[in-house]
Design a protein around this ligand. Structure first.
Ligand code: FPP
Length: 249
């Protein structure tokens, strides 16, 4: 324990607090492989993954990150066996149930990116409770991407833009990148500065495809259930070594 603390403290010292990402997005991948390696059911990987969610959210709050977006369930995840889908939903309910008080005390604002109307009623109820309770919080915004798909998000925004055009609420000349931003689930938020994907996969898997245009990507072979505070610090330190040019020189 002493040596773990020492290594975290060493990493913390290297962090430049004047160059933090405002928004971190995470594709939490590798729960199943983590479990398989340990000869455990996939569900054990997801359960351990929730512990990391708790830990990383807490640490992002401590560090002073403004926005954290986690990919909890994609529109494609419905293709998994029903039992696994149900288990993931039950973990989400359990997480919100157990953690809501603490999240609220820590001034975390919960937000959901995705189509929640399509979720079971009990999941929707839990989400609504969390949204209402934390709506005035102002420290860290935790975006939970749930039943989320990037292409779907763009299609929906297009639909809403066309509706507003037809109603005369906006004119065609006003349609630009900024206006599109206002029709996305992330309306009013800065784009992610850093995307982390665990488990060695090198894809973005339909995640925030509009918002990631200039994001720095950090890929690690570590499976999500093993992604602890020290791994977050490593990602942040690597991010701080990047030279972000946004297309300029
Ligand atoms: C990827 O692992 C992970 C997911 C599909 C879901 C992530 C969900 C959690 C961490 C738990 C629930 C979340 C909250 C917010 C309480 P995988 O199953 O694709 O792993 P594999 O690629 O190794 O099979």
């Amino acid at each position: 324990m002493i040596s773990i603390n020492k290594s975290i403290n060493n990493l913390k010292k290297k962090l430049d607090h004047n160059n933090l990402p405002k928004h971190i997005a995470i594709i939490m991948d590798g729960n199943g492989r983590w479990a398989k390696k340990k000869l455990l059911p996939r569900s054990a990987g997801h359960r351990e993954g929730v512990k990391r969610v708790r830990e990383i959210v807490e640490e992002c709050g401590n560090i002073g990150i403004d926005f954290l977006t986690i990919y909890a369930f994609s529109t494609e995840n419905w293709n998994r066996p029903k039992d696994e889908v149900n288990y993931l939903m039950s973990l989400l309910i359990e997480f919100l149930n157990k953690e809501l008080e603490t999240l609220h005390k820590n001034n975390v604002k919960i937000n959901v990116l995705g189509e929640i109307d399509a979720l079971e009623e009990n999941v929707q109820d839990e989400i609504k409770k969390a949204l209402i309770k934390t709506k005035n919080n102002s420290k860290l915004t935790l975006n939970i991407a749930l039943n989320y798909g990037g292409r779907k998000e763009i299609a929906l925004s297009l639909k809403h833009i066309i509706k507003d055009l037809n109603k005369g609420n906006i004119s065609i000349e006003e349609v630009d990148e900024n206006l599109i931003n206002d029709y996305l689930y992330t309306k009013g938020q800065p784009d992610p500065d850093l995307l982390i994907r665990t488990s060695g996969e090198l894809r973005i898997s339909n995640f925030l495809i509009y918002q990631l245009a200039y994001t720095e990507f950090y890929f690690t072979n570590v499976n999500w259930p093993d992604f602890k505070k020290k791994n977050l610090y490593k990602a942040l330190i690597e991010y701080q070594q990047r030279n972000r040019r946004f297309g300029g020189l």
